[in-house]
Design a protein around this ligand. Structure first.
Ligand code: NAI
Length: 367
């Protein structure tokens, strides 16, 4: 008689193992939240320069391994972001993978966040959390009830609030620098900029660009949002599905990641890309594809560091308004340095930024 097959781990769990084995970070915390059948995942990628700091993403995923992939990728990007922004933090990120995102201000959401806060607290400050996709300052207020290792509480509760405005201003400085390098002149007057995603960051960015005289093209999955902002700013609406392929001087992805891939890059019709979305390149090789296509890419983790600059500056480093403004403006200077370096070393800007971040971390390592 044939013996029954040995019990095997299902493919999702195998993927967990493979993903973590292929990752070069320090620690992944995997916690099963029984009451909600959720996974709480914390990726601590690198703590050489300080505690791993990054937001908490609250989302549903087709498979838990997709959530693991997200937390690993995003925590690594945070390492490079903190290093290039010259902040005393390392890279971390958390994902709460829920069957369904609980409603704001609901008892279920509060209970889930309190249990999550206990998990953060159990790490004794190795990981410092903040808001991210589907979480905001009210959620950080809740997290604060059980752990002090959280940034971005509401201002009425002693925190520095939503970092979206600082992120938008930082992206604006990044776009200025990118336009300067791509077109050899400072002015945004008459330059066409396509903003994809008009949420907390994209809407504020669009206002800054409009004030600077740019010709605005605006796109959002929520067509009503795009239309009302376009009306307010005198901009043109582009349908969300037509973004890739629309001609413009600069494309600013401010919605989701992986917008630049082997499939989309041949259809991108702009001279430069600089925006807020994390992990815009589907793979690192896409940085080279952009360079070969003559498209100047401003690495996202450099451009969108305004949020962490705001959180760290306000809540940890005690900066005043002038210092914060200077540090946001410095995003443009960092980009110009990266573009120079890319040219001098025959690299794509993405690879040059990556090298710069790794050097800063190596210099901070105590052997
Ligand atoms: P948000 O959630 O407020 O806004 C996102 C907007 O993008 C929404 O209006 C949504 O309808 C739209 N959208 C989603 N998919 C789209 C698509 N395929 N095409 C067009 N529009 C689409 O997000 P927020 O805070 O403005 O962040 C934008 C991006 O910047 C995200 O990728 C986020 O991870 C990143 N980021 C945000 C920071 C912050 O301080 N808020 C800091 C660093 C990065």
């Amino acid at each position: 008689m044939e013996s029954a097959p040995a019990p095997s781990l299902d493919s999702g769990v195998m993927a967990f193992e493979e993903l973590i084995e292929a990752w070069d970070g320090e620690e992944v915390v995997v916690h099963r939240d029984e009451p909600t059948s959720s996974w709480m995942l914390i990726g601590i990628h690198d703590t050489t320069l300080g505690p791993a700091m990054g937001g908490t993403r609250l989302s549903s995923y087709p498979d838990p391994s997709d959530a693991v992939e997200d937390v690993l990728r995003l925590s690594e990007a945070m390492t490079w972001k903190q290093a290039v922004a010259d902040l005393p933090y390392g890279g971390g990120k958390a994902v709460i993978a829920v069957p369904e995102v609980p409603a704001h201000a609901s008892d279920d959401r509060r209970a889930l966040l309190l249990r999550y806060a206990e998990l953060v607290e159990s790490l004794h400050g190795t990981y410092v959390t903040a808001a991210d996709m589907n979480t905001g300052e009210a959620d950080m207020d809740t997290v604060w009830e059980r752990t002090s290792h959280v940034l971005g509480r509401s201002t009425s509760n002693g925190g520095s609030g939503d970092p979206g405005a600082a992120t938008a201003l930082g992206v604006f400085h990044g776009i200025r620098a990118t336009i300067r390098r791509a077109f050899g002149e400072d002015s945004l007057e008459g330059r066409s900029v396509l903003v994809q995603g008009l949420g907390s960051v994209g809407s504020r960015l669009a206002s800054h660009l409009g004030d600077a005289g740019a010709t605005l093209l605006l796109a959002d999955l929520d067509a009503g949002r795009a239309t009302s902002l376009a009306d307010a700013l005198g901009a043109k609406v582009v349908r969300a599905e037509d973004v890739i392929g629309t001609e413009c001087d600069l494309f600013a992805p401010c919605a989701t990641g992986k917008v630049l891939s082997r499939e989309t890059i041949p259809h991108v019709r702009c001279r430069a890309v600089a925006g807020a979305a994390n992990n815009q390149l589907a793979t690192p090789e896409d940085g080279d594809l952009l360079r070969d296509a003559g498209i100047l890419f401003a690495p996202d983790f450099v451009v969108n560091a305004g949020g962490v600059i705001h959180l760290a500056g306000r809540e940890t480093l005690g900066w005043d308004d002038a210092t914060l403004s200077r540090r946001l403006e410095a995003i443009g200077d960092s980009l110009l340095e990266i573009f120079d370096r890319a040219e001098a070393e025959g690299l794509s800007p993405a690879a040059a930024a990556d090298r710069m971040a790794r050097e800063r971390i190596a210099a901070g390592r105590v052997e």
